[in-house]
Design a binder for this molecule. Structure first.
Ligand code: NAD
Length: 485
């Protein structure tokens, strides 16, 4: 006879078994909400968005009064705390959002701590000539309103804070409602770092319960001089319509081309490593593959040797009905498919179980062969599901990959040793990031050269944002002096 235990009953049984084994009941799960974590109250997190903006304004005044050395001291302590508390934020993020992987989220926080530029990114430009000297400096905007996603919540708050503080700005956050505790943990971390460095106890701020209404207060407050939005198409559109200077870091759907000159074994491993990083949550992660038909079987074998599980096209269709759901727009009545939030960022094993396939923990990605029109190719799933489309040649590969990217101009990848093919695709796809012969995360400095960011601003053109992206240029002219040659 099957018994349907409730979750509470199972927890009680586990607790009593554990007590028998160890003499004590297991520790209670961490308790968290936007206002605090494990009974500890977050610093800089307010009930009312207006109070949060007041606090960010005061933080801005404090930053303006700091020397560059003092700002750098705060930033260095942020880096230290971020490294030390990376595993805590990673577990909290997975626990709260039910998305991603603790080991990868830990690595993402360490990347932010190590490779987000600080004050050295702020440089002045000088021109001298017959008429004297003209200096152009990168000045702060003032208070920045930052909207952050659920996919990299604390990573984005810390990365943006480092850059915005380095540039001399104050910041108020409106984090994703599904990741409030994790995002606000990061706000608290920044404020602890400030206090430890001798700065104000509240340098950056946020709200206990962010909503579209709190975002709207932020948009309208005249003290907010710059909006920075990291998220999907809806929210990017909303900040760009706000009437304020805005930086939009929007959605991607990165295609990968593999041609027949590539090192196929390496390509298979790199693609699976990149695609499965944090269970495909990063917006730069590989979302669909266009493989030359003459190497497709070998590529699939290389992927299988690296933790990929190949499903049939029937199973792919079955899975598509679960991971994508129909939504009706209440205003227009138009129906469209959207990703099922319960499947985003989940383990491949968990997704396979939904279609009755049971595999071991070594399986980290689901692969399938599909047509170009398949929803897995067209939709940004943010799950470890990778469709592979066979193509005849480079012309077809580029044409389909550019279409699959949907004009986001976000990220694209290619595995090839043919310089002409690489150049042709890079030119055609016009993405902010183009990674050649490496996993996608090389594009944000993880195993690749260059600084990191979790705010990749394609639509508004700042690209791989850093401190200088959050500045406005100011010119100072000294007439007929200071040219010493
Ligand atoms: P999302 O679009 O669901 O939400 C982002 C944030 O916007 C949240 O704080 C949400 O509450 C808020 N929001 C949504 N609609 C809004 C509106 N009309 N007005 C004000 N605020 C609004 O994002 P998500 O699901 O957490 O993140 C995934 C999406 O973000 C993907 O499309 C991904 O590609 C993209 N993303 C892009 C980058 C980048 O750097 N370009 C980084 C991370 C995520």
């Amino acid at each position: 006879m099957a018994i349907n235990w409730t979750d509470a009953q199972i927890e009680e049984i586990v607790a009593s078994v554990m007590k028998g084994l160890t003499g004590e009941a297991p520790k209670a799960k961490p308790q968290y909400c936007g206002a605090g974590y494990n009974g500890k109250k977050y610093i800089g997190v307010y009930e009312d968005m207006n109070d949060a903006i007041d606090a960010a304004e005061a933080g801005y005044r404090a930053i303006r009064a700091m020397s560059l050395e003092e700002r750098e001291k705060v930033i260095n302590i942020i880096r230290d705390l971020c490294r030390k508390e990376a595993p805590t934020m990673a577990s909290l993020g997975v626990d709260e959002t039910k998305m991603g992987r603790v080991d990868h989220k830990t690595a993402k926080h360490i990347l932010v701590a190590d490779k987000t530029p600080g004050t050295s990114d702020i440089v002045a430009d000088v021109k001298t000539g017959d008429y004297g000297l003209t200096l152009t400096e990168m000045a702060p905007f003032g208070v920045v309103g930052s909207i952050t996603p659920s996919t990299n919540p604390s990573e984005t708050v810390i990365c943006n804070s480092i850059g915005m503080i380095a540039a001399g700005n104050g910041v108020v956050f409106n984090p994703h409602p599904n990741a409030i505790a994790t995002s606000n943990y990061a706000v608290d971390l920044i404020n602890r770092a400030s206090a430890m460095a001798g700065g104000p106890s509240v340098l950056v701020s946020s709200v206990v319960k962010p909503t579209l209404d709190t975002a709207s207060i932020m948009y309208k407050d005249p003290r907010i001089r710059l909006l920075v939005c990291t998220g999907g198409p809806g929210v990017v559109k909303s900040v760009l319509s706000s009437g304020k200077k805005a930086i939009g870091a929007g959605a991607g759907n990165p295609p990968v081309i593999v041609d027949d000159t590539a090192d196929i074994k390496k390509a298979g491993k790199d693609i699976i490593d990149g695609c499965t990083f944090d269970n495909n949550l990063p917006c730069i992660a590989e979302k669909e593959v266009f493989a030359f038909a003459n190497i497709a079987d070998e590529l699939i074998d290389a992927m299988k040797a690296n933790g990929a599980y190949l499903i049939s096209s029937q199973d792919a269709d079955k899975l598509a009905k679960i991971v994508l759901v129909e939504k009706t727009n209440p205003k227009t009545g138009i129906k469209s498919k959207i990703v099922n939030r319960d499947c985003v960022g989940r383990d491949a094993k968990v997704l396979l179980e939904k279609i009755g396939i049971y595999v071991g923990n070594d399986i980290r990605c689901i692969i399938c062969e599909t047509s170009f029109e398949h929803e897995f190719v067209q939709e940004e799933l943010m799950m470890p599901i990778l469709p592979i489309v066979r193509v005849k040649n480079i012309d077809e590969a580029i044409s389909l990959a550019v279409k699959a990217e949907h004009g986001n101009r976000h990220t694209a990848h290619m595995h090839s040793k043919n310089i002409d093919n690489l150049t042709r695709f890079a030119r055609a796809v016009e993405t902010t990031i183009f990674v050649k012969n490496a996993p996608s995360y090389a594009g944000i400095g993880f195993g690749g050269e260059g600084h990191t960011t979790f705010t990749i601003a394609g639509p508004t053109g700042e690209g791989i944002t850093s401190a200088r992206s959050f500045t406005r240029k100011r010119r100072c002219v000294l007439s007929e002096s200071f040219r010493i040659i």
